[in-house]
Design a protein around this ligand. Structure first.
Ligand code: G6Q
Length: 545
C-alpha cells in the first residue's frame, strides 16, 4: 500500500495552527514559565536513560494538541506501521525502508517479498562477530604474519559518515586498532592517510552499497596499487574486505568471495551504519559494543512504534520542529552536544536530515507550496559558545536548538564536567530569559558606569531571550544511549517527511551530482571542452591551460 498523500496545508489542524500562530507569534516563553511553575513537569519526557525537556519552546497545550491533531490527519500512525512492516514506502525507488529490521530482535518477523529477512540479518551479524573476533584476537593476520594494527574504511556519504561518527563517539570504548576513514576523491586525502600506514598490518574495508561510486572505487584502486608495491596479488585476499549489495562488481575488483559482507537494497545509505556498513565500528569497539548500539536503537524503535504520540520523543520533537519551520519561518536548527565525542553528530545528521527531507515535490508528484527540510548545523559546546552563539543570542534569525548533554562524564573528571554542564544549563536559561534593560542597568550601577556611556552601551547589552531550545539530558554516553539517540533523529526525519508529504528515502539530487561530474571528467581527460555556459567554459579553460 502506498503512503498517504495528504497535503498538510489542507488539513483542519494546519488551518487551526495558522490561527493559533497569530496568538503565539509574539508570545513570551519566559512569561509562560512565570505563569505556570509546573511547566517543566508538563513538558518533558523521561524514557530509559533520557530526559527530554521541551518546555523551553514557544508552545502551550493548545499548540501541542493541534500538532498532534496534524499528525493524526496526515495518518502518521499508519505510515509508521507501513515502514516497520516492510512495505515499499520508498516509492520512487520501489523499495522497503528497513534499517529498523537491522536492530530488531532475533524472533521478530519482517517480510520483504513474502520472505522473513531477520534470519539473513542475524546471519550477517554472526559473520561480523566472527570476523571482528578473528582480527582482534590476531587469529587473522596480514601477509607477513603480523597482527593487524590499522583499519581503513573506504567509502563516502552513507558508507562513511555513520561509521566515522560512531567510531569517534565511542572512542572511550575503543580497543587497540587505529581506525582511518578515506572518503573524498581528493587524492591528497588518501595520500595523507596512506602516509600513516604499514601495508603489512593494515586491513582495508571497502564500503559501497552499489560498488559503482567513483570516489570509493578510485580510492580503493589507489590504495590497492600502493599495497601491491610491497605485497603480491595473492595477499589482497588477506587485507581487503568489502561491504556491498553488488557481489559481482566486488569480485571483479579482485576481492575474495569469502571477504564480502552483504547488505540489502532495503537499507538506505544514510541509515546503514546498523548493517555490515558498521563493520569498522565493530572492529573499533568490539562486536559486543556494536551489538549494544543496535540494542539502544531498537529500544528507541519500540518507543517510537508503540508510545502514544503525546509521550513519543521523536514524534514530539518532529512536531515542534514543524511548528517553527512552517509557522514561524525558521530556516535552520542547531544541534549542540556538550561532549567532544559527538563532534561528528551534526555533519552526520546533516546528511540524514537534509538528504532525506530536502525535497520540493510532494508524494503526488506536485511542487509543494510550503517549506520542507530544515537546515541543520552545529558544533560541540562549549567551543561553539566561543564562536557562533553570538548569532543565536542576538542575531535576527530564529534558530531552534537542541542541547544534548550527559549526567556522567566517562573519565570521571567531575571538576571539568561540572564546568561543562554549568555552561550547558546556563545557555538554555539565557536563551530563554535573555537579559532585560533593567538587569543591564543594575550591572552598570554596580560598576559605577558614567551615565552617557551606560546609555550608549545599554541596547547592545540587552538580550531579548525567547529563543527556543530542547534539552536532552542523557545519563551517560554509552553504545546503547548513542544508538537510541541516533535512532531518535532517524524517526524525527521520517515523521517530518510524512507531514510534509514528501518521499524521505530517495536522493535524486545526489544522483545528479554523480552524472554531471562524469561528463565533465571525460572533457577534462580529452582536453576538449564542450559548450557550457560562459562561466563554466572560462573556468575549465583556465584549469586546462
Ligand atoms: C545515502 C546516499 C549516499 C550514498 C553514497 C555512497 O543515503 O545515497 O550518500 O551512501 O553515495 O554510495 P555507495 O555506498 O553505493 O558507494
Amino acid at each position: 500500500m502506498a503512503l498517504p498523500t495528504i497535503n498538510p496545508t489542507q488539513t483542519k489542524a494546519w488551518q487551526e495552527l495558522q490561527n493559533h500562530y497569530q496568538s503565539m507569534q509574539n508570545n513570551s516563553i519566559k512569561e509562560m514559565f512565570q505563569d505556570d511553575t509546573t511547566r517543566a513537569e508538563k513538558f518533558h519526557i523521561q524514557w530509559n536513560d533520557f530526559l527530554v525537556d521541551y518546555s523551553k519552546n514557544n508552545i502551550n497545550q493548545t499548540t501541542l494538541n493541534l500538532l498532534l491533531k496534524l499528525a493524526e490527519e496526515v495518518h502518521l500512525k499508519e505510515a509508521i506501521a507501513q515502514q516497520f512492516s516492510g512495505e515499499s514506502i520508498n516509492q520512487t525507488e520501489n523499495r522497503a525502508v528497513l534499517h529498523t529490521a537491522l536492530r530488531a530482535s532475533e524472533n521478530d518477523t519482517v517480510l520483504v517479498d513474502n520472505k522473513n529477512i531477520i534470519p539473513d540479518v542475524y546471519q550477517v551479524k554472526k559473520e561480523i562477530e566472527i570476523f571482528t573476533n578473528q582480527i582482534l584476537s590476531g587469529e587473522k593476520k596480514g601477509y607477513t604474519n603480523k597482527p593487524f594494527t590499522d583499519v581503513v574504511n573506504i567509502g563516502i556519504g552513507g558508507s562513511d559518515l555513520g561509521p566515522a561518527m560512531v567510531v569517534e563517539a565511542l572512542q572511550f570504548y575503543k580497543n587497540h586498532l587505529n581506525l582511518h576513514f578515506v572518503s573524498n576523491i581528493d587524492g591528497d586525502h588518501v595520500n595523507e592517510i596512506i602516509k600513516k600506514l604499514n601495508p603489512e598490518t593494515t586491513l582495508f574495508v571497502i564500503v559501497s552499497k552499489t560498488f559503482t561510486t567513483q570516489e570509493t572505487l578510485t580510492n580503493s584502486e589507489t590504495i590497492r596499487t600502493w599495497f601491491l608495491k610491497s605485497a603480491t596479488q595473492l595477499d589482497v585476499a588477506k587485507h581487503f574486505v568489502a561491504v556491498s549489495t553488488n557481489l559481482e562488481k566486488v569480485t571483479n575488483f579482485g576481492i575474495d568471495k569469502n571477504n564480502i559482507f552483504p547488505m540489502w537494497d532495503w537499507v538506505g545509505g544514510r541509515f546503514s551504519l546498523w548493517s555490515a556498513v558498521g563493520l569498522s565500528i565493530s572492529l573499533a569497539v568490539g562486536f559486543d559494543n556494536f551489538n549494544k548500539l543496535l540494542k539502544g536503537a531498537n529500544q528507541m524503535d519500540e518507543h517510537f512504534k508503540n508510545e502514544s504520540f503525546n509521550k513519543n520523543i521523536p514524534v514530539l520533537l518532529a512536531l515542534i520542529s514543524v511548528w517553527y519551520n512552517n509557522f514561524f519561518g525558521a530556516q535552520s536548527e542547531a544541534l549542540i552536544p556538550y561532549t567532544q565525542y559527538l563532534q561528528k553528530l551534526a555533519p552526520y545528521l546533516q546528511q540524514g536530515i537534509m538528504e532525506s527531507n530536502g525535497k520540493s515535490i510532494d508524494r503526488d508528484g506536485k511542487p509543494v507550496n510550503y517549506q520542507t527540510g530544515t537546515i541543520i548545523w552545529g558544533e560541540p559546546g562549549t567551543n561553539s559558545q566561543h564562536a557562533f552563539f553570538q548569532l543565536i543570542h542576538q542575531g535576527t534569525k530564529l534558530i531552534p536548538t537542541d542541547f544534548i548533554g550527559f549526567v556522567k562524564p566517562l573519565y570521571g573528571n567531575q571538576d571539568h564536567h561540572n564546568k561543562l554542564m554549568s555552561n550547558f544549563f546556563a545557555q538554555t536559561e539565557a536563551l530563554l530569559n535573555g537579559k532585560s534593560a533593567e538587569q543591564v542597568q543594575l550591572e552598570f550601577d554596580t560598576q559605577n558606569l558614567e551615565k552617557s556611556k551606560a546609555e550608549f552601551l545599554k541596547p547592545f547589552k540587552v538580550f531579548e531571550g525567547n529563543k527556543p531550545t530542547n534539552t536532552l539530558l542523557i545519563q551517560k554516553l554509552t553504545p546503547e544511549t548513542l544508538g537510541s539517540l541516533v535512532a531518535m533523529y532517524e524517526h524525527k526525519i521520517f515523521v517530518q517527511g510524512i507531514i510534509w508529504n514528501i518521499f524521505s528515502y530517495d536522493q535524486w539530487g545526489v544522483e545528479l551530482g554523480k552524472q554531471l561530474a562524469n561528463s565533465i571528467l571525460s572533457e577534462i581527460e580529452n582536453k576538449s571542452i564542450n559548450k557550457h555556459d560562459s562561466s563554466t567554459n572560462f573556468l575549465l579553460n583556465h584549469f586546462l591551460k
